[in-house]
Design a protein around this ligand. Sequence first.
Ligand code: NDP
Length: 292
Amino acid sequence: MTKILYGKPVAEAVKEGLKSRIADLNDKGLQPGLAVLLVGEDPASCVYVRNKSRACEELGIFSETIRLPRDTEQSRLNAKIDELNADPRFHGILVQMPLPKGLSEREVVRRILPEKDVDGFHPFNVGSMVQGIPTFLPCTPAGIMKMMEYYDIRPAGKHVVIVGRSNIVGKPMANLLCQKSPRANATVTLCHTATENLQAHTLQADILIAAAGMPGMIREEMVREGVIVIDVGVNRIPDPTAKNGTRLCGDVDFDRVSCKAAAITPVPGGVGLMTIAMLMQNTVEAAENCLK
Ligand code: NDP
């Protein structure tokens, strides 16, 4: 019987654990604060930003969404980040990606102070993560580690195959999983578009993490019986039976692959919920760090 790994109970447990930490901060006269910068009006980004501010509201984290027009110049964006870096109300700053064409994500990521970088994308924090030094971890990979812990999935000694090597999912995921620690200690293979014979690799996976952004690309014949599948992909595809004519799906052909898998995350309802929960956790941690 395939186990469905829902994100909701894990995300709820994370958020429940944050409540007392937030209450402690409040007792000390501090309310954690998150600034979310949204440039342009990409519909998916607007939804993500709304969900993030809702999660803040639910937990009593102060949050403000700063909206800039899509034709914002880099210098103006940088100035806004500098302003937020200096604003003591905000312990965390998040710039919603992707940015409109012409703006440099690399510049933005470096501009945010490492101590307010609750996305965990600043090279300083990435370096710490690679060296196993406690730091803000990128939210999606950190959320997946948390999910594995919750569902007692132990990657130690297992072969984990990751499809996708982005700086926000694939690469940090590989780094976290290969750390020399009891909750990691996996043997990791990282696949991408230059990987030859992808299927030969995915077939070797004890745990398969799909983060390519290609709807349904992981098919039944690409996995072996008993595999654990973590589907990170969030893709919108046409669906004439849906109210608005589209629906969300992952990178995995869920219906077929779930017949072979021992456990699998759904899309929606899986990893996505964890990303926001870990953002809340990083924001609370950033506020706590101010008192150290
Ligand atoms: P990117 O587009 O930045 O990276 C995609 C990666 O997948 C690249 O490394 C690319 O390889 C690789 N890839 C793409 N197609 C193939 C293929 N056919 N075979 C092998 N490798 C392939 O995406 P992100 O990492 O930002 O996101 C990946 C997916 O996860 C998206 O669907 C995104 O929406 C979703 N996502 C979900 C989150 C959540 O909270 N659930 C959070 C973040 C992302 P190469 O490097 O060679 O181009």
